[in-house]
Design a protein around this ligand. Structure first.
Ligand SMILES: [Zn+2]
Length: 424
C-alpha cells in the first residue's frame, strides 16, 4: 500500500478522544466547542500534508493542496466531523481522515496532483442540532434559505449565533458558494452503514447511486369515544386506520423483491393517548427511498391511494404533508470506472452497490460529478456507539481513494486542456 496504514490508525485513535462518550461512542455536535477543537487538530494534520487551511463562513473546514495546473477545477474530497448525539467514531470522520491521508501520501510520494485538491469537513451533515442538515455542502452550492439561520437548537441557540460563536460571519454566506465549474469532481469515502459488504465478505464497495429520501407526515382524524360503550362497528378509530396503513405500506414496497426500495414508519403520535379512549387523531411519518425516481413516485402514488381507501373503510379523514423530497443521485460513470480499474489493479474486485443513506455527496452532485467509496462496517450498525469498521478495511478504502484521486485529478485537468484547445 502507498498510504500509511499505521498513521491512519493513529489519527483515528487520537481523534476518537474528541467528544468521546463511554468506551466507543461519540458526541460531536456541529458548530460546538468540541468540533472547533477537532478542526484545530485536523488543521494541524492538513498543514503537515502541505495544505493551506481555512474555515469558511458556513463552518466548513477546508484544506487546499495546490496542483500542477492552478487553473484547473478543484478535485474536492470530503465528509464530516460532526456526529450524532449518541453516535459512533467512524461515520463521517473516516472520510475526512482518508482525505487527509491522501494528501499526506501525495506529499510523501512526491506526487503533485494535476488539479488542485481540497479536503473538506462539511458543517452539520447530521442535521439533529438545528433539524436541517448537510448545511455546509448546501452553502457551497448556494442552497441556504436565510430563514434557516433563525432555527434554534434545544438550548435556544440559533444557527446564526452558533456560526458567530464558531468565528464565522453568517452575513457573508454568499462568499462560501463555489462558482459553476470551479469544482471538477467530488469524492467521498464513508462507512456503508448497512450490512451488504459484510454479507458479501468484501472490505470496500463502489457506490453507483444514492437513494433520494421522501418524507410524508400523514394525519388521520376519527372520533374519540368511550372504550367501553361505543360498539365496534360504530367506531372511527384513527389508530386502527394507521396500523392497517403501516402494514399496507410495507406490503406495497415489498411487492417487487428485486428492487432496493425501502419505506419506514418511524414516528407515531396518538391523541388523546389514553387506554380507555378510542384514538381520535393519529399522525405518523413515512420515509420512502429509492435510487429510481420514477419508481419511487409510482410507489408514492400507490401509498396515497391506499391511504385514501383505508381512510374510507375506517370512516376517517386524512391529510398528507410532504416534508422532505430529494431526488436520487447517480455517481458519475467515469469515476466509477476509475474506481473499478484501480480496485482491480490491486486484485480487490470491489462490488458496485447503491447507498440507502444520504450523504454530502448528494448535495455536491448539484455542482459536479461525484464518486463514493463504501467501507464495510460491523453488522451494518451506525448512528450508535457500537459502530465499528476495522483499520484494515479503512486503510483499503483510503488506498482506493488515493489512487482514484490521482486519476480523477488528471482527468479533470485533461478536460480543461481539451476545452482550451477546442476554443482556440
Ligand atoms: Zn455520515
Amino acid at each position: 500500500m502507498k498510504i500509511n496504514k499505521r498513521r491512519l490508525q493513529e489519527h483515528f485513535e487520537i481523534i476518537s478522544e474528541y467528544g468521546k462518550i463511554g468506551e466507543t461512542g461519540l458526541c460531536r455536535p456541529a458548530l460546538s466547542e468540541i468540533e472547533k477543537e477537532t478542526f484545530q487538530l485536523v488543521s494541524k494534520w492538513m498543514q503537515e500534508a502541505g495544505m493551506t487551511v481555512r474555515i469558511d463562513n458556513a463552518g466548513n473546514l477546508i484544506g487546499r493542496l495546490e496542483g500542477e495546473n492552478p487553473d484547473a477545477p478543484i478535485l474536492m474530497i470530503g465528509s464530516h466531523l460532526d456526529s450524532q448525539p449518541y453516535g459512533g467514531r467512524f461515520d463521517g470522520t473516516s472520510g475526512v481522515l482518508a482525505g487527509v491521508e491522501v494528501a499526506m501520501t501525495m506529499k510523501e510520494q512526491n506526487v503533485v496532483p494535476a488539479s488542485p485538491i481540497e479536503v473538506v469537513s462539511f458543517c452539520d451533515e447530521e442535521s439533529w442540532r438545528f433539524k436541517k442538515g448537510v448545511f455546509g455542502s448546501r452553502a457551497m452550492v448556494g442552497q441556504i434559505d436565510p430563514e434557516e439561520l433563525e432555527r434554534k437548537d434545544k438550548d435556544g441557540i440559533s444557527r446564526k449565533q452558533a456560526l458567530l460563536d464558531f468565528g464565522c460571519n453568517p452575513d457573508k454566506l454568499d462568499e462560501v458558494v463555489y462558482p459553476d465549474g470551479a469544482i471538477g469532481a467530488f469524492l467521498e469515502m464513508h462507512i456503508e452503514q448497512g450490512p451488504s459488504l459484510e454479507a458479501q465478505n468484501k472490505p470496500v464497495g463502489i457506490v453507483s447511486a444514492i437513494a433520494g429520501p421522501m418524507w410524508l407526515t400523514v394525519t388521520l382524524k376519527g372520533f374519540a369515544g368511550h372504550a367501553g360503550s361505543v360498539p365496534m362497528d360504530m367506531r372511527q378509530d384513527a389508530l386502527l386506520g394507521a396500523s392497517r396503513m403501516i402494514d399496507e405500506i410495507n406490503q406495497i414496497v415489498r411487492h417487487d423483491p428485486h428492487t432496493p426500495t425501502v419505506a419506514t414508519v418511524g414516528s407515531l403520535q396518538v391523541f388523546p393517548d389514553s387506554p380507555n379512549i378510542i384514538p381520535e387523531k393519529v399522525a405518523f411519518s413515512i420515509d420512502l427511498r429509492d435510487i429510481d425516481l420514477k419508481r419511487r413516485n409510482n410507489i408514492e402514488e400507490q401509498i396515497r391511494s391506499m391511504i385514501h381507501q383505508v381512510s374510507k373503510d375506517c370512516h376517517l379523514t386524512y391529510h398528507i404533508q410532504k416534508d422532505t423530497n430529494l431526488d436520487p443521485v447517480s455517481c458519475a460513470e467515469w469515476i466509477q470506472n476509475i474506481m473499478v480499474d484501480e480496485s482491480e489493479k490491486k486484485g480487490w474486485k470491489s462490488p458496485t452497490m447503491v447507498s440507502g443513506p444520504f450523504h454530502d455527496a448528494v448535495v455536491m452532485a448539484n455542482t459536479c460529478d461525484i464518486g463514493m467509496i463504501f467501507v464495510r462496517c460491523k453488522d451494518g450498525i451506525s448512528h450508535n456507539p457500537a459502530e465499528f469498521a476495522s483499520y484494515e478495511d479503512l486503510a483499503q478504502g483510503t488506498e482506493l481513494l488515493y489512487h482514484t484521486a490521482i486519476s480523477v485529478s488528471a482527468k479533470i485537468n485533461e478536460q480543461v486542456i481539451s476545452k482550451t484547445l477546442t476554443s482556440r
